[in-house]
Design a protein around this ligand. Structure first.
Ligand SMILES: Nc1nc2c(ncn2[C@@H]2O[C@H](COP(=O)(O)OP(=O)(O)OP(=O)(O)O)[C@@H](O)[C@H]2O)c(=O)[nH]1
Length: 590
């Protein structure tokens, strides 16, 4: 597998894993936060239900004077009852609104209990109003206890509401088991407040009538007192076990001092008086004035316990949220770092590696590699070393190629120089032999006739002797130029040596060759060579011509010998003429 593909695969796998881990941990954190918030909300709903119990319990206070009211009824007592009822209704509405629309089992159960409490409360109130509307004599008839029944119905309401408190409190404890002490303690305090209220209620009628306690009252007082002491012990035990905080200990101490130090002893004293038939020494209003205020210390303890639980839970929710934020931030940071590392490796390692490889391949394939294909090497790491190595290889290759090109050029120049006569620029004898062989082969293939024309300047030695060697050179160059102008396609002109020139013409019949030789001879004879100093030299040449069929020819040497012999004859016969070897005819220059 290629490195880039492997890298992509592993990076993709790592990114997927980290993302999955991040999602999983975020999901778990979110669930934790959600559960913590639900627990806190359940706690707050439990508190709202406690407030319902508190207000419904308090409603009994103004209900008893109304039930025991004399004629004509006191509107102030009824107005006070109406205010307390309104407070209970408000607390009940708030508690029901808090559980409205919730589908969790605890909330559904609490809603049912609160709805039931509302129904029971409505019935109890109807009963209170019905009994209160009876004539006073009938209500206060000894032994009938008519005013007792509505109050008992109101007790039942509190029991139902405390059920809702327990349901919601248990839901909160399930989320925060470590907060069981303050939550259970708050429930105990709420119950304690209720039983303390009930205990006080036992004395309202005896104090209003100033009659001794009946046996049923005594029993009820004993049961309630026992329950109150039991709750007191439970609360102090919980506080000891859980090492209660200073504010909580202060609230317990206040309750001990106020309710158990003032309220309960008052009840005990009145009980003793009621049992022994002694006068109570105070009426029901005075009793309420002395007994009810100490009960507030129980409510304060309840609120202190609840506040401790709620504050702790709120802090835990904040901590869980903070943990979730930290986890998510760390996870995202890991993801970002991984992505950055991926991009860094890709840009700083893989891509330079690929470019380097491509560069080396281009060098190996001999393709052009301009220097701007490779970025300037500024890096000092291993990749920089590799890039410098590639650049060095490229430079060496470019240098080698330049040397090769120079060498090829030199070889070409040498080849041209070795094939060319330096004086006239015509092909030399060697080049003539090469090119003539190719023309001969071509002539053979096509079955063409051939003609070989050799010409030699007449008395050239004299020119050298009379005008100097440079003048001779100039004459040779002029003759070469003139001959070059006369030859056509398929005619090969060369300097054969000294002042001798040669022309091989293919696809050329003897008559055409004779015309060529004659044309050349005339051109030389008619065009004097002009030397520096305006010296005009009349130059002539003698021509030897040999013709044949290309296919009949074995090699050019034999044809040359024939032409040379014809030239010799032209010299011998007086120069400035053309002699043909075959047939042995003589073409006079005329
Ligand atoms: N200036 C010059 N002279 C050359 C060159 N090559 C040969 N020669 C001269 O050409 C002359 C040839 O002389 P000869 O062979 O006697 O022939 P000729 O004087 O032309 O007499 P015929 O051929 O019999 O007409 C010699 O003097 C050579 O030195 C050359 O490249 N430049």
């Amino acid at each position: 597998m290629r490195l880039t593909r492997l890298f992509l695969l592993t990076t993709g796998l790592l990114l997927s894993l980290v993302t999955a881990l991040l999602l999983h941990s975020s999901w778990a954190d979110w669930r934790h936060v959600d559960a913590s918030e639900l627990g806190l909300a359940a706690m707050q709903r439990a508190y709202l239900a406690m407030k319902v119990a508190e207000t419904a319990s308090a409603e009994r206070g103004p209900a008893i004077p109304v039930l025991n009211d004399t004629e004509p009824p006191d509107p102030a007592k009824r107005a006070r009852l109406t205010d307390f009822r309104h407070a209970t209704d408000t607390a009940l509405d708030q508690a029901l609104a808090a559980v409205a629309g919730l589908a969790d089992p605890a909330s559904v159960s609490a809603r049912a209990q609160l709805e039931q409490a509302r129904t029971e409360l409505a019935r109890a109130r109807v009963e209170v109003d019905r009994v209160a509307a009876l004539p006073h004599a009938e209500r206060s008839a000894p032994g009938r206890r008519l005013t007792r029944a509505p109050i008992d119905q109101m007790f039942a309401v509190i029991d139902t509401v405390l059920g809702a408190v327990t349901t919601q409190s248990a839901a909160a404890e399930a989320v925060y088991p470590e907060l069981a002490m303050p939550l259970v303690g708050a429930r105990y305090a709420a119950e304690l407040r209720e039983y303390a209220g009930r205990l006080g209620s036992q004395f309202t009628t005896p104090l209003a009538t100033q009659l001794p306690l009946e046996r049923g009252d005594e029993r009820e007082i004993a049961v309630l007192t026992g329950r109150i002491e039991q709750l007191r012990k439970l609360i102090s035990l919980q506080a000891r076990v859980s090492r209660a905080s200073a504010p909580l200990q202060a609230a317990i101490a206040t309750m001990e001092a106020r309710y158990f130090g003032v309220g309960l002893p008052l009840v005990r004293e009145l009980t003793e008086r009621g049992q022994s038939g002694q006068p109570y020494g105070l009426d029901s209003a005075a009793f309420v004035g002395r007994y009810v205020p100490p009960m507030k210390s129980i409510v304060e303890l309840r609120d202190t316990l609840f506040a401790a639980a709620r504050d702790d839970a709120t802090a835990r929710v904040a901590a869980v949220r903070r943990d979730m934020a930290i986890n998510a931030t760390l996870g995202l940071a890991v993801l970002c770092i991984e992505l950055t590392v991926f991009l860094l490796i890709r840009h700083r390692v893989l891509l330079p590696l690929l470019r380097g490889t491509r560069g080396m391949n281009a060098i190996m394939d001999g393709r052009d590699l301009p220097s701007d294909h490779l970025p300037p090497v500024t890096r000092e790491d291993e990749i920089g070393d590799m890039q410098r190595a590639v650049a060095a290889l490229r430079d060496a290759t470019l240098r080698r190629r330049a040397l090769e090109a120079e060498r090829e050029q030199l070889i070409g120049q040498l080849r041209v120089a070795s094939d060319t006569d330096f004086l006239t620029g015509l092909p030399n004898r060697r080049a003539f032999a090469e090119q003539a062989a190719r023309l001969l082969a071509q002539g053979r293939r096509h079955g063409w006739p051939l003609a070989l024309l050799v010409f030699d300047l007449d008395h050239f030695k004299r020119i050298n002797d009379q005008h100097g060697h440079p003048a001779g050179d100039a004459v040779l160059r002029a003759v070469a130029e003139l001959a070059r102008c006369q030859v056509r396609q398929g005619e090969l002109l060369a300097r054969y040596g000294g002042e001798e020139f040669i022309i091989l013409a293919i696809d050329c019949r003897p008559a055409e060759a004779a015309l060529l030789a004659e044309r050349l001879r005339e051109a030389l004879a008619d065009n004097p060579v002009v030397l520096p100093g305006d010296v005009r030299l009349q130059v002539t040449a003698s021509f030897g011509l040999a013709c044949t069929e290309a296919r009949a020819l074995l090699d050019l040497d034999s044809l040359y010998r024939e032409a040379d012999r014809a030239l010799y004859r032209a010299k011998a016969e007086g120069r400035n003429r053309v002699c043909r070897s075959e047939p042995a005819a003589r073409l006079d220059a005329g």
